[in-house]
Design a protein around this ligand. Structure first.
Ligand code: AMP
Length: 222
């Protein structure tokens, strides 16, 4: 299963990717997570990317393609992968197509997760992550249990807000999505890889829609 989850920041790509890794047994590759880890570790990549990320802009295509090339080399991607947050530009999509063609592992599906733009703002401003276990909550729509535990791993969720989820940066990120990433829907539609999923609503309901969209694409390929 080699798929891309496409959608605006806050559309639920990460949450749904977590569900799919359990079902399909393939890793989620989140370029945002890879970059945040590099920032936290203070690596050269992290130092290069931090200011760009904090401003809500995109890290350059050459850097991103380098990250993906290296990640797809790892043996755990042999059975497939779920790309979350990559590609985000047409040059990234072209680079990915070429990379996967060279290793004879083309994409099987691209799912566009569609969410009402007014909802996105609320989802992003409300998003909080547990520093200890990485679990993501939303103070408006999915608050952490009170009192804790936060499902198994930590007794007291130690929540923080991503720096780029500040109100000032969210507007920029949504604008960048509209101008640079949304055109990828047409890119993949013309390649007969795209399914659109209504990503408003309950997480389980969206997972069910996603799974039936993937099944329909698979059937259409055969
Ligand atoms: P995300 O967690 O996917 O929202 O990504 C957080 C930030 O990381 C983005 O706002 C960008 O600054 C950077 N980033 C993540 N993925 C990419 C990508 N494919 N291309 C360029 N920048 C990226």
């Amino acid at each position: 299963m080699r798929i891309v989850l496409l959608g605006a920041p806050g559309s639920g790509k990460g949450t749904q990717a977590q569900r799919l890794i359990e079902k399909y047994g393939v890793p989620q590759i989140s370029t945002g997570d890879l970059l945040r880890a590099a920032v936290a570790q203070g690596t050269p990549l992290g130092l290069h990317a931090k200011a760009t990320m904090d401003a809500g802009r995109l890290v350059d295509d050459a850097t991103m393609l380098g990250i993906i090339r290296e990640r797809l080399d790892a043996p755990d991607t042999a059975a497939g992968f779920i790309l979350d947050g990559f590609p985000r530009t047409i040059p990234q999509a072209d680079g990915l197509t070429a990379l996967l063609a060279a290793i004879h592992r083309p994409l099987e599906a691209v799912v566009l997760m569609a969410v009402d733009p007014d909802l996105l703002f609320k989802r992003l401003t409300g998003r909080r992550t547990c520093r200890a276990c990485g679990r993501v909550f939303n103070v408006f729509t999915a608050p952490p249990p009170t009192p804790a535990p936060c499902e198994g791993q930590c007794v007291t969720p130690d929540l923080f807000q991503r720096p780029d989820d500040s109100e000032a940066t969210i507007g920029k990120r949504l604008e960048v999505y509209e101008s640079q990433t949304r055109p990828l829907a047409d890119y993949y539609e013309t390649r007969h890889l795209l399914a659109r999923v209504d990503a408003d609503g309950d997480i389980d309901v969206v997972t069910a829609r996603l799974e039936s969209a993937l099944a329909a694409l698979k059937q259409a390929r055969h």
